[in-house]
Design a protein around this ligand. Structure first.
Ligand code: PAF
Length: 290
């Protein structure tokens, strides 16, 4: 059965209040739509944790740069409603941009430091947009728990930090990355890959696994790990490496030597499609079940 879709803040608040009045906890899965099996896994995790599950579908303009793919980001509401229904969501919240950002909105949330590296270095303002919309969704839906994927490791880490720093009463649950059988992390952007690039894309995850194997074999020099990772990714025909870093899993700062929980994180363009992925190479700072 398809869950109802509401578009106004008043409607989603009313539905949440009705669920809470019945003694149900509320779970939220924030998304930008174009839902795939990775999102379905988040909804199923929310279903296990909470009595009433809301999926938000909102392509958030403030997290896209002027030259990024906001206009062409896939909008597939009908298919998304089916994914939500099959995975057990109770309600879809799909607001218009004007509902989320009325004229004269002046307040933004910025998590300093954690957003400076990795994706933040090449996407200035991205995490400010993410944090702002996620905090707004938390205030609108008032969930007890919210579920995010660990493919966006930096995003998950930043949201955990925001919730901690601003005392937001929500449990942030970071769920494992869902992958294709060949290792490619599921992403709404995978649909843009040409057949040739799709065939090459699993080499991103393979390169991360090699990095982890090097660390397990005793390599502790982060710069050497990074340069081998960069070389391996650059060897993928047609690939352009945005970044290939080994960073502190908690602070996301560059490391000189391993010795603390670390994560290898990459962003790679195949054609015009930017793919991100990561792998903990020692025990991680955010709960990451990989
Ligand atoms: O991960 C996403 O899809 C988005 O960044 C999020 C968390 C829904 C905020 O717009």
């Amino acid at each position: 059965m398809l869950p109802p879709t509401v578009t106004t803040i008043a409607e989603v608040r009313r539905a949440g209040a009705a669920a809470r009045a019945l003694g149900k906890s509320v779970g939220l899965v924030p998304t930008m739509g174009a839902l795939h099996e990775g999102h379905a896994a988040l909804v199923r995790a929310a279903r296990r944790r909470s009595g009433f599950v809301v999926v938000s579908i909102f392509v958030n303009p403030t997290q896209f740069g002027p030259k990024e793919d906001f206009a062409k980001y896939p909008r597939t509401l009908e298919a998304d409603q089916k994914v939500c229904g099959d995975a057990g969501a109770d309600l879809i919240f799909a607001p218009a941009v004007e509902a989320m950002y009325p004229e004269n909105s002046f307040t933004f949330v910025d998590v300093s430091t954690l957003g400076d590296h990795l994706c933040g270095a090449t996407r200035p303002g991205h995490f400010r947009g993410v944090c702002t919309v996620v905090l707004k969704l938390f205030n609108i839906v008032r969930p007890d728990a919210a579920h995010f994927g660990s493919k966006d490791y930096q995003q998950a880490r930043i949201i955990v930090q925001m919730v901690r720093d601003l005392n937001v009463p929500v449990e942030v649950c970071v769920e494992p990355t869902v992958r294709e059988p060949d290792g490619l992390a599921l992403s709404s952007r995978n649909r843009y890959l040409s057949a040739e690039d799709r065939a090459l894309a699993p080499r991103i995850q393979a390169a991360l696994r090699t990095t982890r194997a090097r660390a397990v074999a005793g390599e502790v020099d982060a710069a050497r790990l990074e340069s081998a990772l960069h070389a391996e990714l650059s060897a993928i025909p047609g690939a352009r490496v945005d970044y290939a870093r080994v960073v502190d899993a908690e602070t996301l700062q560059p490391l000189t030597r391993l010795g603390r929980p670390a994560v290898a994180a990459v962003a790679v363009f195949l054609g015009t499609t930017r793919l991100i992925d990561n792998l903990p190479i020692a025990e991680c700072g955010v709960r990451n079940a990989e």
